[in-house]
Design a protein around this ligand. Sequence first.
Ligand SMILES: *[C@@H]1O[C@H](CO)[C@@H](O)[C@H](O)[C@H]1NC(C)=O
Ligand SMILES: *[C@@H]1O[C@H](CO)[C@@H](O)[C@H](O)[C@H]1NC(C)=O
Length: 347
Amino acid sequence: MSKLFPPPSMVVLTLTITLFSFLLTAAPTTGYRPWPQNPQTKNLTDYAFGTSKKYEGSSEFVKLRYHMGPVLTNIITVHTIWYGNWQRSQKKIIREFINSISAKNSPNPSVSGWWKTVMLYTDQTGSNISNTVQLGSEKNDRFYSHGKTLTRLTIQSVIKSAITAKTKPLPINPRSGLYLLLTSDDVYVQDFCTSACGFHYFTFPSLVGYTLPYAWVGNSAKLCPGMCAYPFAVPEYIPNVKPFKSPNGDVGVDGMISVIGHEIAELASNPLANAWYAGSDPSFPVEIADLCEGIYGTGGGGSYTGQVLDARDGATYNMNGIRRKFLVQWLWSHVLNYCTGPNALDH
Ligand SMILES: *[C@@H]1O[C@H](CO)[C@@H](O)[C@H](O)[C@H]1NC(C)=O
Ligand SMILES: *[C@@H]1O[C@H](CO)[C@@H](O)[C@H](O)[C@H]1NC(C)=O
């Protein structure tokens, strides 16, 4: 079992897969973000004209497999920790996205339609991932309890502080709770902006007292919007590419929405790093959202987002939630064997 507890530097349940060259050769579907290190981004011609030959991640090389561990089949409750300085309006956008996952009445294409791909995954007993994702309790960590620079280990300490707080501690819910740590735009987290916009894992009983699936997602507005809020911001080294207008008027938070979706989908399908992933190394799993990073619509791949929608105000989105629009990356369907989403035109 000790294999389940690799040293933090090896814990790469993250958005970092673009960096590993073995994947570039093994799976042509590696996700897209404009990391400076990404060989794709070195070819600016390719950027400007979107001459990618990838197509919605479809590949005969992807061998997504089930490794016999649990998936989240009970009602999923997301407990949020707001770390640092969060505005009320920013919290509202994020809460409404999470509430939209199981909303019944959003017009198509909808966030709940996007979640249907997650629900296709089952555990050993044939039980599907839950159709219900709900907001749980929230904790404000306004005064940066562990400073403005966090590591993968101090993140677990932040979660421990939240579940052991003297007033209104977050509930302890290892069976169907997800712990979502959101850091404000003045907080640096290990690997943020160089290889990750967020990641997920589970807490160690030795540190936190429990095994709790958690994710961290950072607001990149100040540190690296061109990477983590792409395509609502574009890095300086890519000339002649205009950013898309973001649907909720907050580039950092609108960029976080897709990363939050990415992490929640992977937590549901691989909460303890032993359920659904591709690749032979559980320390470098490629999970259902990693496979489709950067793909938001039909034809997407490489630096091209795929066919997305224009809102009346000129903002770009691909799905509707409660009262709002969002741009969220697609997910791998093991039934279709390619990436899909609610705005797919051809399937
Ligand atoms: C960049 O991409 C373009 C179009 O795909 C190609 O013609 C050109 O040779 C590439 N340049 C380099 C340096 O790879
Ligand atoms: C449950 O998963 C199976 C296998 O992927 C799928 O055929 C079925 O449609 C899923 N059920 C729901 C409600 O999504």
